[in-house]
Design a protein around this ligand. Structure first.
Ligand SMILES: C=CC1=C(C)c2cc3[nH]c(cc4nc(cc5[nH]c(cc1n2)c(C)c5CCC(=O)O)C(CCC(=O)O)=C4C)c(C)c3C=C
Ligand SMILES: [Fe+2]
Length: 429
C-alpha cells in the first residue's frame, strides 16, 4: 500500500514531520483542470510560496495552487498525522446512537472512508452533497478517524480495547469539562480552506444520521500557506515558534515513536496506527502578555523572536541543558518548558505535536477564550503523553499560564487501502 505523503502543501511547517526535505516526494499538481484561472490566481501564489517563498512549478510551468494540493486518503497510515499542519482544523467527536450495532458502525466507517477519499481528491461526496466546496480543489484536505475507549463497549468489542487506551489520569490543576471531552468516535478534519473543511464536516455529520451524533466540536487554525516570507515554524497565540523540536520523519526512531508496530505486543488492527491525545488548553493571555519578553523567554527556554534555545545558536541548534550563564545559573532555567518536557527528562518519551490555535470569543471577564487545541500522536500514550504531562503539571513554569479544559484519547487505526475502510480489521474481526 502506498504511503499517503503526496501533496503540494508547501506552507508553514509546525509538526516537523513533513518538512522541506520531503518536498521531492510531493506530487506537484497545477491549478489547471481543477480550478478556474480567475478564481485561483490569488491562491496560486500562496501555495507555492510564490514571490515570497520556495516556488515549485507544475509540469506545464504554472505555479501549483493551494486549491489543487491534495493528500491521498489511502495509505499505510491515516492522512493528517505526518503532513504539515493545514491552516484550518475542525475536531469533532461523535457518540454512537443507543442500539447502534457493530454492523451499523462498520457501515458508517465505510461511508465515512469513501467520502473522505473522494473529498481528498476534490471529488463531490456521494449523497448529501451540499455544494459548499463546489468551486474549490481539495486544498490538502485530510480526514483522520479515531476510536475512544467507550467505542469498544458500545460495539461489543470491549475485549479488543487496547491497554494503551486506558483513561488518562487526572493531572494536578486539570479543569476538564467532560461534555467537551472523550466520545465514541473522533474525527480530525484539516484543510487549507475553511469552506472545504466545513463541507467535509457537514457531509460526515449527515452520513452519520441515525448511527452517531455530534458530542462536541472545536475549530482551530494555524498559519496560512504563503503568509510568511519563507516556510517556517508556525507561532501559537502566545507568540512563540511552536513545533521546533518535534520528531522528524527522517529520524531513525520516528516510526517507532509515532506509529504502532506490527507484532505480538499490540493488537494487529492497530498496526500502522497511532494514539491521539487531544487537550483543549486555554491560555491566560492577559497574564502572559503582562510578562516582559525576557521572562516569557525564560518560561519556555527559547528566544521569542527566532525560537533559538537560551543555551545559544539558532532555532535548530540542539538545546544544551547543561549550559550555564556567566553567573553560574542555568541558561535554560530548571522550570523552563523545554527542559521539563524534553525526552531526556522523561525516559525518552516522545510525541508528534500537531496542535492548532483556537479562539472562541471572550469570557465574561473580558479575557479571550483562546489557546491551543493540543494534539499529539504517539505509539503509546502511557510512555508518551502521560509521563510528560505528569511532570509538566508539577514543574513547568508555563503551566501558570494555562488551563486544561477538555481532554480525549483516541486509537487512530492504520490507514485504509482503496476499497477498504478505516477500522475494518477491528470491526470485521
Ligand atoms: C504533555 C505534553 C505537552 C503539552 C501539554 C504542551 C503544551 C504546550 N506547549 C506550548 C509551547 C511550546 N512547547 C514547546 C516544546 C515542547 N512541548 C512539549 C510537550 C508539551 N507541550 C514537548 C515534548 C516539547 C519539546 C521539548 C524539547 O524536546 O525541546 C515549545 C518550544 C518549541 C518546540 O520545540 O516546539 C513551545 C513554544 C504551549 C503554548 C502549550 C500549551 C498551550
Ligand atoms: Fe509544549
Amino acid at each position: 500500500m502506498a504511503q499517503n505523503s503526496s501533496t503540494t502543501h508547501t506552507g508553514t511547517t509546525g509538526s516537523g514531520a513533513d518538512d522541506g526535505d520531503s518536498a521531492d516526494r510531493r506530487a506537484v499538481l497545477t491549478r489547471r483542470g481543477l480550478l478556474g484561472a480567475a478564481g485561483a490566481a490569488g491562491l496560486a501564489v500562496g501555495a507555492a510560496g510564490g514571490v515570497f517563498g520556495r516556488a515549485a512549478a507544475g509540469d506545464d510551468g504554472a505555479a501549483p495552487s493551494l486549491g489543487a494540493a491534495s493528500v491521498p486518503f489511502h495509505g499505510v497510515h491515516q492522512a493528517g498525522i505526518v503532513q504539515n499542519q493545514q491552516s484550518q482544523a475542525l475536531l469533532v467527536a461523535f457518540d454512537l446512537a443507543t442500539g447502534a450495532t457493530r454492523a451499523g458502525t462498520a457501515a458508517l466507517m465505510r461511508r465515512w472512508s469513501d467520502s473522505a477519499a473522494r473529498l481528498a481528491e476534490g471529488r463531490p461526496a456521494t449523497g448529501h452533497e451540499n455544494q459548499i466546496a463546489l468551486d474549490a480543489g481539495p486544498c490538502s484536505l485530510t480526514v483522520t478517524f479515531g476510536f475512544g475507549a467507550s467505542f469498544f463497549d458500545r460495539t461489543g468489542l470491549a475485549a479488543a480495547r487496547p491497554e494503551a487506551l486506558a483513561p488518562l489520569p487526572d493531572f494536578p490543576d486539570d479543569a476538564i469539562d467532560r461534555s467537551r471531552s472523550d466520545g465514541d468516535l473522533w474525527v480530525q478534519i484539516c484543510a487549507d480552506d475553511a469552506l472545504v473543511a466545513f463541507h467535509a464536516l457537514r457531509v460526515l455529520q449527515q452520513q452519520a444520521a441515525g448511527t452517531a451524533s455530534v458530542r462536541w466540536q472545536m475549530s482551530g487554525f494555524s498559519r496560512s500557506p504563503g503568509a510568511t516570507a519563507r516556510p517556517m515554524t508556525t507561532r501559537n497565540l502566545m507568540g512563540q515558534l511552536d513545533g521546533t523540536n518535534n520528531p522528524r520523519a527522517s529520524d531513525a526512531s520516528f516510526a517507532a515513536k509515532v506509529f504502532v508496530p506490527a507484532g505480538p505486543a499490540d493488537p494487529a488492527w492497530m498496526s500502522g496506527g497511532s494514539y491521539a491525545v487531544v487537550r483543549r488548553i486555554r491560555m491566560l493571555l492577559d497574564n502572559w502578555e503582562n510578562l516582559p519578553v525576557d521572562r516569557q523567554e525564560r518560561v519556555i527556554g527559547r528566544r521569542k523572536s527566532d525560537g533559538a534555545p537560551l543555551s545559544g545558536g539558532t532555532e535548530t541548534t540542539a538545546v544544551d541543558l547543561a549550559r550555564q550563564n556567566p553567573d553560574g545559573t542555568l541558561a535554560v532555567p530548571a522550570d523552563a518548558h523545554i527542559r521539563v518536557a524534553a525526552p531526556a527528562a522523561n525516559s525518552g518519551a516522545t510525541m508528534l505535536r500537531r496542535g492548532f490555535s483556537y479562539h472562541d470569543g471572550f469570557r465574561a471577564d473580558g479575557a479571550p477564550d483562546a489557546g491551543l487545541l493540543f494534539i499529539a500522536f504517539q505509539s503509546d500514550p502511557l510512555t508518551g503523553f502521560v509521563p510528560v504531562q505528569r511532570k509538566l503539571a508539577g514543574a513547568d513554569s508555563l503551566s501558570r499560564f494555562l488551563r486544561h479544559e477538555a481532554s480525549g484519547l483516541y486509537a487512530v487505526p492504520g490507514g485504509a487501502a482503496p476499497g477498504g475502510y478505516v477500522g475494518q480489521a477491528l470491526l470485521e474481526s
